[in-house]
Structure formats: structure tokens, C-alpha cells
Design a protein. Structure first.
Length: 256
């Protein structure tokens, strides 16, 4: 039976909630340019596929995704839709409040949009725990795969690079057009990086200026990284590692 809440009648939803251990997953992503070779919905597709595979193993309920994210730096190319972070935080809070009223009081915010979404998610999660008495976990693939990306030979976290592209090649091959990809190798910025594997500061990221994003868009269609090195087999290993970690998080919540 489907793990997706939107596919159920209310009696079916009631039954699924009873069997979920009180755990719901809210996939959150973005709709933004992903260079020349990936769809603008990449980040949300990532969140959707991880949520679905983990929920099918655990019985957790998956809500319809929050498709949009905070993406002002990607407005440089068409197809991008950016939502103010305060709006996203309020929207997601209301989703959590609705779930909690029906017994889903252990919620995982599954972030497909990397560090840009994390700040407003933290604000939303703190408020929900304080005001609603729920438990919130934020699950971010970039942070939850730190222990495997080196083994896979992936380069630094960028945008539409070999990490995202390999994952999409494994899960959504029909949406990937690797022949159109252009590399834009990442230059290390001393003491600052968005890569969780970086030994220095990874949390002081500020979304790029329009001018900086435009420069990257002109160089490689909006990519930072080396998508030419993408490999669907590496994408499979990466995906399964993330699903296994997410299953562990779900089961730990179900046991409480």
C-alpha cells in the first residue's frame, strides 16, 4: 500500500497513522535551475525518493512534498521559484501542527535543498517542538552522507555536480541529460565551504549574489562541480546509504 498521505481516504489515513508509530516524513526541496542537464525539481525529487524508500521499509507516513525552497541566488535562470524563508517556516509549521493533531507527533523534515533550507527548518522545528510538544528531526543528505562520499570519489559539494547527478541518474534516469552537462570545478574558499566534509566552517553560508550566480550560469549553465564524473552505480550506493540512515532515524523515533 502507498506510503503517501495524499493517496489515501481519511479512513485509510487513520489506519496508516495508527501503524506508523507516530512518524511522518515531510519531503522538502526546491524548484530552481540545475544547470543544463538536470530538471529544476531535482532537490524535491531527491527528497521524495529517499522518503518513499525509507517509509516503505518502516511504515512511516509521507506527506505531499513542499516543492519550493529559498532560492534567490538561482533566479538568474528561468524555471526557478523562490519563496521567502519566513513563509516556508510558517507553511511547514502549519503542516506539522495538522499532523500532530491527528497523532503524527514525530516528524522528519527531509531536506533535498542542502544548507540553504536548513536555517529556516531549524527555526520552524524549534517553534514546533516548543509550542506543539512534538519531536522534530532534520534529515539532510549532504550531512548524512559525509562518511561515504570520499569512498565514492565524489568532489566537493556544489550544485548539479557529480553527487546530485549520480543520484538522479540512478533514480530518475529519464530526467538526466548528461550529454548537455558542463563542468565548472569548485575552487576552495579558505575557511568557508558549503561542503559538510570540509574541516572548517560549513555553517556560515550566505546565498550567492545575483552577480556571482550569473557568472556561474554563463560558465556552465549554472553548475558548480564536475557532473561529467557522474556514475549511476555510485548514485545507487549513495542512495542506499542515505535510505539506511533514514530508516535508522525513523525506527529510533518509533521506539520512543
Amino acid at each position: 500500500m502507498s506510503c503517501w498521505l495524499e493517496t489515501k481516504s481519511w479512513p485509510e489515513a487513520e489506519e496508516a497513522i495508527a501503524q506508523s508509530g507516530g512518524v511522518a516524513i515531510i519531503p522538502v526541496g526546491s524548484v530552481e535551475q540545475h544547470s543544463l542537464h538536470l530538471p529544476v525539481g531535482t532537490d524535491t525529487y531527491v527528497a521524495i525518493t529517499l522518503a518513499e524508500d525509507a517509509a516503505n521499509q518502516t511504515g512511516a507516513v509521507v506527506t505531499p512534498p513542499v516543492w519550493f525552497g529559498w532560492s534567490p541566488h538561482h533566479m538568474v535562470r528561468p524555471g526557478t521559484i523562490t519563496i521567502r524563508p519566513e513563509v516556508l517556516a510558517d507553511l511547514t509549521y502549519d503542516i506539522i501542527a495538522s499532523l500532530a493533531q491527528h497523532g503524527l507527533k514525530k516528524v522528519i523534515l527531509l531536506n533535498g535543498h542542502r544548507i540553504v533550507n536548513v536555517v529556516w527548518m531549524q527555526i520552524c522545528a524549534e517553534r514546533a517542538q516548543r509550542e506543539l510538544g512534538v519531536t522534530i528531526k532534520i534529515y539532510d543528505p549532504a550531512y548524512m552522507s559525509k562518511d561515504i562520499v570520499g569512498e565514492l570519489g565524489f568532489g566537493p559539494v556544489g550544485h548539479a555536480e557529480e553527487v546530485e547527478t549520480s543520484h538522479m541518474m540512478y533514480r530518475y534516469p529519464d530526467l538526466v541529460h548528461l550529454e548537455k552537462a558542463k563542468d565548472n570545478p569548485i575552487r576552495q574558499t579558505p575557511l568557508y565551504s558549503v561542503d559538510p566534509c570540509f574541516t572548517h566552517d560549513t555553517l556560515c553560508y550566505v546565498p550567492s549574489s545575483y552577480e556571482h550566480a550569473k557568472k556561474n550560469a554563463e560558465i556552465a549553465g549554472g553548475c558548480t562541480g564536475e557532473p561529467s564524473k557522474s556514475d549511476p552505480e555510485k548514485g545507487r550506493i549513495y542512495h542506499e546509504h542515505l535510505v539506511n540512515n533514514l530508516v535508522s532515524v525513523i525506527r529510533s523515533l518509533q521506539e520512543k
